[in-house]
Design a protein around this ligand. Structure first.
Ligand code: ADP
Length: 392
């Protein structure tokens, strides 16, 4: 139920930040020193509130976390915490930057649950419990914030303006903390200012998203009003014909909630192949499973679609970056996405792509017009840094 791994690496004077990522039935946590990136400890409490689980709610999960951390040598009662940084999925039209959480902010995050019913309610519960537990500043870091810079032509859906205004309908984008971190880290890797680079970033984890970043500023992204749009994901369909909803309602007799669940939880790689874990999919591919092959090909086709689109949006690119669990680890996926794109200046070096590493690295051949890179994401450290910056 709990998995912690303490990594104590020498004493540090600067007090750490506790980073929390509350899901509906899980709580991910990390104690990290923002300046050095030193990770004191981290882990996940799972099955919160599920039947048969001895962790009844998020308050109980925090108590469990504190006990586990103490057992691992990190006593939050004696180690002074600087602040708690909370990952919040949806910041809606209101939040384009991290904010210190007060009652009004918490209320607004709660109201934004209408836009992210699968995510924001859990964040609210996590924040409430953590504010009770830790008497330090709490900061909300929003997954949507990095994409508040999207130009209107990229963020606007072609639906009637009054309706869009009334219901705050627009493309918001998600995984922003990762896209921002990775685009800067890629510039560092190349030793070039982020301000002069045109980048396409592919964040490929359980959720997947692509972004077009010009000079460090996001100009387009594949996720939309909700995290359902865009790439094919572990259990989410990504792009479908919007007419599918009405069709399923009429022809399959599904309710709106059932369609929402179908597209968010039962589709994507899972719906196509029966498994959602990409490692498992790769095993089945190796065994010659035809459904796994189709799922892999659909994932790759959609990725190429977005790479091509963003190449056009940016008028050419300097860097293509792969990140997150699949992007950082799947040799086969990176090879397939870049295959046949030599005419666009995109190619990889087979040996570089095949080398296993946890470091940021270039996998394109020397002198290639587009640098293809693998850059590990670190959302917890990014949240810790933004939190520390805000609380001073
Ligand atoms: P999350 O979005 O939950 O943070 P991650 O970024 O950890 O998820 O990505 C999880 C995905 O990465 C899973 O589909 C997993 O199978 C995939 N993955 C992890 N390691 C590998 C690997 N060595 N090869 C291929 N896929 C991998």
């Amino acid at each position: 139920m709990t998995d912690t791994n303490a990594q104590t690496s020498g004493p540090t004077a600067a007090p750490p930040v506790l980073v929390l990522n509350a899901g509906s039935s899980s709580l991910k946590f990390q104690v990290v020193v923002p300046e050095t990136g030193e990770k004191r400890a981290g882990g996940t409490i799972e099955r919160i509130g599920e039947s048969g689980s001895d962790v009844a709610d998020h308050a109980a999960a925090l108590k469990r976390m504190t006990d586990d951390l103490r057992a691992d040598g990190v006593d939050l009662d004696s180690v002074p915490l600087r602040a708690v940084g909370h990952r919040v999925v949806h910041g809606g039209p209101d939040f384009s930057e991290p904010v210190v959480i007060d009652d009004a902010v918490l209320e607004r995050v709660r109201e934004l649950s209408a836009l992210a019913p699968l995510h924001n309610p859990a964040a609210v519960t996590g924040i409430e419990a953590a504010r009770e537990h830790f008497d330090v500043p709490h900061v909300a870091v929003f997954d949507t914030a990095f994409f508040s810079s999207l130009p209107p032509e990229a963020s606007t859906y072609a639906v009637p303006r009054d309706l869009a205004r009334k219901h705050a309908i627009r493309r918001y984008g998600f995984h922003g903390t990762s896209h921002q971190w990775v685009s800067r880290a890629a510039a560092d890797l190349l030793g070039r200012p982020v301000g002069e680079l045109r980048q396409v970033v592919l964040h490929l984890g359980n959720g997947c998203s692509a972004s077009a970043v010009r000079g460090g500023v996001a100009v387009d992204t594949s996720m939309g009003l909700t995290p359902l749009q865009g790439l094919v994901m572990g259990t989410r369909s990504g792009d479908v014909d919007p007419g599918l909803h009405a069709y399923l309602g009429r022809e399959a007799g599904l309710s709106l909630d059932e369609i929402d669940t179908l597209l968010n939880k039962k589709s994507g790689v899972l719906g196509l192949s029966g498994v959602n874990d990409f490692r498992e999919l790769e095993k089945r591919l190796a065994d010659g499973d035809t459904e796994a092959r189709l799922a892999f090909d659909v994932v790759v086709h959609r990725l190429k679609h977005y790479v091509g689109a963003y190449l056009a949006v940016l008028g050419g690119i300097d860097v293509l970056v792969f990140t997150a669990g699949i992007g950082e680890n799947s040799i086969a996926l990176r090879a397939a996405v870049t295959e046949g794109l030599e005419g666009l200046g995109i190619a990889i070096d087979r040996a570089r792509n095949g080398a296993r590493s946890r470091q940021a690295r270039v996998i394109s051949p020397d002198g290639s017009p587009v640098v293809v890179a693998v850059v590990p994401t670190n959302e917890e450290l990014a949240i810790a840094r933004q939190t520390a910056e805000l609380v001073g």
